[in-house]
Design a binder for this molecule. Structure first.
Ligand SMILES: [Zn+2]
Length: 206
């Protein structure tokens, strides 16, 4: 077995030994169905795990993770839209009350928008991150260089929130007050969240 498999197996053994004895009743109840209160769009980055950051129990968060926490616009064209499929199920079937887009510091996907995707990632990463390139280029023209990375990460969260509102069944629910959209950014080194407001830059979460 590889070292990675050993780490996974060891983690599973700890889950069974330390967590399962007290958690099994909760899982048995969840086997009847899920009722998550929040849908989270986050980055695939291994350092920004929504379940850990929000100290969430199984069944509470419906999580969509991808490179750079991007939500593409509403395009019901019969193609393979994984993010949109998760949104549709989360909103229409699970009736989540909130959608949170959470960006994070030192995001490789946003870095690829600013400086180009790795040469080896031309098939999928480059076209995926290209949807955010105009937004981060605009940021690059308007903020100081030492603010660029963070400001670009915040701007991508804002882009995803704007694109969420292109889904008619999201916009309708938000207009009715049945669905709340919010944007967050996770500072990895500080372990702290900042929140999107009407102000240009995100602010510390109260
Ligand atoms: Zn990222």
């Amino acid at each position: 077995m590889s070292d990675t498999e050993d780490e996974l197996t060891a983690g599973y053994r700890r889950f069974r030994a330390e967590h399962w004895p007290t958690a099994h009743a909760e899982y048995e109840a969840l086997a009847q169905g899920q009722k998550p209160h929040t849908l989270i769009v986050a980055c695939s980055d291994s350092r920004a795990d929504p379940a850990l950051i929000f100290d969430a129990a199984p069944g509470q968060l419906f999580v969509v993770r991808n490179v750079a926490n991007l939500v593409p616009p509403y395009e019901p064209d019969g193609r393979l839209h994984g993010v949109s499929a998760a949104l549709e199920f989360g909103v229409k079937v699970l009736n989540v009350k909130r959608i949170v887009v959470m960006g994070h510091a030192h995001c490789g996907g946003v870095n690829a928008m600013l400086h180009g995707a790795p040469d080896s990632c031309a098939d999928f990463v480059a076209p995926w991150v290209a949807q955010g390139t105009p937004v981060v280029q605009h940021v690059a023209e308007t903020v100081a260089p030492d603010q660029l990375e963070r400001a670009a990460e915040e701007a991508i969260v804002r882009l995803s929130i704007r694109n969420l509102r292109t889904f008619p069944w999201i916009a309708e629910r938000e207009a009715r007050g049945d669905l709340e959209l919010s944007g967050l950014h996770f500072g990895i080194a500080e372990g702290a969240l900042t929140v999107m407001t009407d102000k240009p830059r995100f602010e510390p979460l109260a």
